[in-house]
Each structure stands twice: as structure tokens, then as C-alpha cells.
Design a protein around this ligand. Structure first.
Ligand code: RTP
Ligand code: MG
Length: 131
């Protein structure tokens, strides 16, 4: 999911280009928006963390671009492509190094397991939207 800071800065196209060049197939994609309540559901695993309120305010501050991506070893390879959560720690050439503004406004989200990728894909897309 391309996050509100990167969509707002006009970096959607550049990020999609990097994702495709890294060998990911886009199975589904749209530009949409999450209310604070829906952002809270999406990041429910972080409910007890001190940054949860800030995070859900930020994630509902503007449009987002969620995608379902396909590739061998997709979860691990995508997390390599996006880089560390804090852009200060992200490797050169990663999406977060290039486009993230801060540890919170960090340009992009990647699922952290195959199981969560399935759940998060269903959060945004119906089966008929996938091809
Ligand atoms: P994501 O889930 O968005 O792909 O990011 P991640 O795995 O790299 O990081 P995670 O620990 O799951 O945190 C989720 C998102 O919360 C925001 N965050 N803010 N202020 C803070 O200390 C802080 N820490 C995390 C970031 O937007 C992070 O991506
Ligand atoms: Mg995470």
C-alpha cells in the first residue's frame, strides 16, 4: 500500500515503476481512502502501541493506493525493496530511503507474512477485482 505522504507528494507512479521493475506482478490496484476507523482496523495489531493514534490519524489523512502483488518469495523480497521502517535506517535505493519523510510517514506498507498478505488483500479487494 502506497501511504498518504507518498500519494500526496506525487510519487505514486515512481513507486509503481520500482515495484514492477523489481519483478512484482500487480494483481489488483486502486486509489482509495481509509477513514480513521478503518485505518484503526487495518493496524489493529498496533492498538496498544504509543504511536497508534498518530498512525491512524496519518493513515486517514489522504488517499492511499493498495495493491495485491504476486512474485516468488514476495513478502520477503517486497520488504527488501521497501527498506527499514525508519527511513534513516533504510538501505540506499529502497523505496523508503528514496521517498519516506519520517518513521511514520514512510511512503509504503508491506505485509509481514503470507497469512497477513491474504488478510490485507481481502481488506481492500473482492475476488472479482483480482486478475
Ligand atoms: P508497515 O506495517 O506499515 O509495512 O511498516 P513496518 O512493518 O515497517 O512497521 P510496523 O512496526 O508494522 O509499524 C507500522 C507503521 O506504524 C508507523 N510507526 N510509527 N512513531 C513511531 O515510532 C512509529 N513506529 C511505526 C509507521 O508508519 C510504520 O510503518
Ligand atoms: Mg508492519
Amino acid at each position: 500500500m502506497i501511504k498518504p505522504d507518498a500519494v500526496g507528494a506525487g510519487n505514486t507512479g515512481a513507486i509503481i515503476k520500482m515495484i514492477e521493475e523489481a519483478g512484482f506482478k500487480i494483481v489488483a490496484m486502486k486509489k482509495t481512502y481509509m477513514s480513521k476507523e478503518r485505518a484503526g482496523q487495518f493496524y489493529a495489531v498496533h492498538k496498544e502501541r504509543p504511536f497508534y493514534q498518530d498512525l491512524t490519524n496519518y493513515m486517514s489523512s489522504g488517499p492511499i493506493v493498495p495493491m495485491i502483488l504476486e512474485k516468488d518469495n514476495a513478502v520477503e523480497d517486497f520488504r527488501k525493496l521497501i527498506g527499514a521502517t525508519n527511513p534513516q535506517d533504510a538501505a540506499e535505493g529502497t523505496i523508503r530511503k528514496l521517498f519516506a519523510k519520517s518513521i511514520e510517514a514512510n511512503a509504503i506498507h508491506g505485509s509481514d507474512s503470507d497469512e497477513n498478505a491474504e488478510i490485507e488483500g481481502r481488506f481492500f479487494f473482492a475476488d472479482v477485482e483480482k486478475f
